[in-house]
Design a protein around this ligand. Sequence first.
Ligand SMILES: Cc1ncc(COP(=O)(O)O)c(C=O)c1O
Length: 404
Amino acid sequence: MQQDKGALVKIPILDLKGQYRGIQDEIRSAIDEILESQQFILGPVVEKFEAEVAAYLRSGAAIGVASGSDALLLSLMALGIGPGDAVLVPPFTFFASVSCITRLGATPIFIDIDPETFLLDPGAVEAFVEGRARPAADGRGLVDPKSQCRIKALLPVHLFGQCCPMTVLLAQARKHNLAIVEDVAQAFGAREEIAPGPFKAAGTLGEFGCFSFFPTKNLGGLGDGGMVVTGRSDLAEAVRRLRVHGANHKYHHLEVGLNSRLDALQAAVLRVKLRYVDQWCEERIERARRYRALFLATGLVGKQILSLPNPSDGRSHVFNQYVLRASRRDELRAYLGEQGIMTAVYYPVPLHLQPCFAFLGYRQGEFPHAERAADEVLALPMFPELTQEEQEIVVKRIKAFYRR
Ligand SMILES: Cc1ncc(COP(=O)(O)O)c(C=O)c1O
């Protein structure tokens, strides 16, 4: 779409208008159906969408909720996590992966990331478990001697669309009696090979998978929305209850839950988009391959200048974001901005250094890989409609920056 004759270009990081144009009629008629029905909260369209997502993911149950943040919160609530409990979580992720823990009075224990993938590092999990955790007095699981909390769960985040190394994490969780709550907000459509065996959808491997339908996600709605996925019927029942104020029947409350329901309008739109999500994931993967080829040809990869995502083949990474490491990141970002190329930094401050988590007592330097990532990551334009020409311009301008 864009011409690069040294002239002004404008390449967004994400172009939702392009996607909408392609499916406008279907979206509008789905919305019209809801308007005609005047049923806006839960109801048959939400149920159909839940059944379709469960079938797509091959999971036992899918429960529509108000957001990805609530999906995480409700999952931890259903596991009974609260004060005196701890959850292992990476510090390099979106805020909600950790706030769901502290909101319940539980304690996040940060575990550093793998510098290659930016994902929770199973080696660091093992180092923590072997080096710091102690077996609980009752023989069930582990206790963190520093906080005196019982370690109840592991919360891996499939960041930027890439699956965590789940085979290893599942084995660790089994060994140490931990539940797994997968944060799949950015990875709808990703699949991980669980050795020995077939590929399974990210989000169906632990006790819970928590999805977000925030508009920028690979499957994004027209506002907030989320989904909890679980293979356990007891946990599914608990989440269904907790999303409606803990009521098992209307106005009969077994416990205190939330008001966290998926809107029918969102479900109707998401049902349309679900039909395209595989195609969109493939198009994102194709664009990531193209970036890789273009960048390799610049001679900038390695040499402490650029480092690219390098996922294995297949669908283990569905590129909700295309994130590389770049030296002089902030300067590069400003330069690209001046050239009309939009980029983003996910995430500039790791969560152990956020002011609201100061009470946890972590300090700068404790998670060097997360801290370095926060200084070096840069997300480039990535969306299914991104053209080859636009990608060539992005790479050309980055090359020009480093050759100045
Ligand atoms: C990794 C991660 N976890 C959780 C969330 C929370 O999802 P939501 O914005 O739908 O509450 C997001 C989305 O922004 C996310 O990227």
